[in-house]
Write a protein that binds this ligand. Structure first.
Ligand SMILES: NC(=O)c1ccc[n+]([C@@H]2O[C@H](COP(=O)([O-])OP(=O)(O)OC[C@H]3O[C@@H](n4cnc5c(N)ncnc54)[C@H](O)[C@@H]3O)[C@@H](O)[C@H]2O)c1
Length: 369
């Protein structure tokens, strides 16, 4: 068993790597705070993982990892354990994802990087290039893309169950936690954007956004954004806040035939509404003048709570990442998703800064004059 000796940094010479079989891999989680510790938990229970390295710069966090996961190997930095692992999960704060991921990729190790994969489009593209050069994959930790409920919704959209999609609306609100390296959009909106891109199978053409710093200082802590998708001009809207009294994780889909609400903090997470509204104009003659009057017809049918076989999304995400390590030839579409989300985040920032709509171009955000 590998351990950090008391009071000393782990040295590479003290490490004996367990034999890697065709069916298992050694994985390092770098950053074992709130979210990284969940990766350590999930990986520790995967039969396809031979060894988990819990890497954290903070000695108290390392102590907590040792106690909570006695079978994991604890280390203070990635460099010291890199040659003993097959893949790396980057769960440090967003501003140093690029540095940690680049170190792993240069050593030919595939990475799963937590959202947002980087804090700039340039860095995201740079990581993809480094990965390609070294034969290593860059996978985005967009947890909702592994969520069985989101997959169920996409299946229903593709099957036409909702009819024409009128709009999507996503809310992600809570009181804190304030991050110091990214604003509320880069913290929370990666989920909203990745879900919408995944459901519609495309990326937005343009973005409009508004954001303010409610609690003082310069950090934007409340934001609204609107994403316009090219196909049929579908609009997705989002609301993110670190200053809301409620904890909300909710997506609404409104279609011409049916509607849905995915509430990730509710017990009954998905509800499908056999509800719709149709607006027609009826020609009438008033005082010898012909006019068109709007007339709405409403359908208020059943509300269904579908049964969905649920597996923890993080479990699916990590399992698939490890499968990719064991079958490296398998192409990862996740890279595309990570870069596209960062591209939209930059466009949202620019729209807030300029107060104008912004085109989301292949090369980055461009303000609409
Ligand atoms: N997918 C999700 O649903 C989800 C949820 C929450 C957070 N996240 C993401 O996970 C990442 C981490 O967030 P968090 O809330 O766990 O942060 P956190 O502050 O709780 O933990 C970060 C940890 O990284 C360690 N660290 C920092 N730099 C390091 C380095 N160079 N080497 C080793 N350790 C280092 C810190 O000591 C700390 O323990 C962020 O990118 C965040 O956006 C994702």
């Amino acid at each position: 068993m590998l351990r950090e000796s008391a009071g000393h940094a782990l040295t590479t010479t003290s490490i004996q790597r367990r034999p890697i079989t065709k069916t298992s891999a050694a994985v390092a989680v770098v950053g074992c705070g709130y979210w990284g510790s969940k990766h350590v938990r999930v990986l520790s229970g995967l039969p396809s993982v031979s060894q988990v390295f819990a890497v954290d710069a903070n000695s108290q966090t390392r102590d907590q990892m040792k106690t909570a996961f006695p079978n994991a190997t604890v280390a203070p930095d990635l460099a010291g354990v890199l040659r003993f692992v097959d893949g790396v999960i980057v769960a440090t704060p967003p501003h140093n994802h690029v540095e940690v991921a680049a170190l792993a990729l240069r050593a030919g190790k595939s990475v799963l990087i937590e959202k947002p994969i980087t804090t700039s489009l340039r860095d995201a593209q740079r990581l993809v290039r480094i990965g390609k050069r070294n034969g290593a994959a860059v996978v985005a930790g967009h947890t909702y893309e592994f969520n069985p409920i989101v997959h169920d919704l996409r299946r229903r959209i593709v099957a036409g169950e909702f009819g024409e999609i009128r709009y999507l609306h996503s809310e992600r609100l809570n009181l804190g936690l304030y991050r110091t390296d990214v604003n509320v959009i880069w913290d929370l909106a990666p989920h909203d954007i990745s879900i919408m891109n995944f459901l519609l199978n495309e990326t937005p053409r343009s973005v409009r956004a508004w954001g303010v710093s409610c609690a003082g200082g310069n950090m934007i802590d409340v934001a609204h954004f609107q994403l316009e998708y090219p196909e049929n001009g579908i609009v997705g809207t989002g609301f993110n806040s670190w200053t809301d009294p409620r904890r909300v994780r909710q997506l609404t889909i409104v279609g011409s035939k049916k509607m849905a609400v995915f509430d990730d903090v509710a017990e009954e997470k998905l509800k499908i509404f056999d509800h719709s509204v149709k607006l027609q104009t009826i020609p009438v003659t008033r005082s010898a003048v012909a006019i068109d009057l709007p007339a709405a017809t409403y359908n208020r049918g059943d509300v269904i709570i579908p049964k969905i076989d649920y597996e923890e999304p993080l479990h699916i995400e990590d399992r698939k990442f490890v499968e990719g390590l064991l079958n490296p030839s398998r192409d990862s579409t996740q890279t595309h998703s990570g870069v596209e989300v960062v591209r939209v985040l930059e466009a949202i920032d620019l729209s807030i800064a300029t107060g104008k709509p912004v085109l989301v171009k292949n090369r980055g955000a461009v303000p609409v004059h």
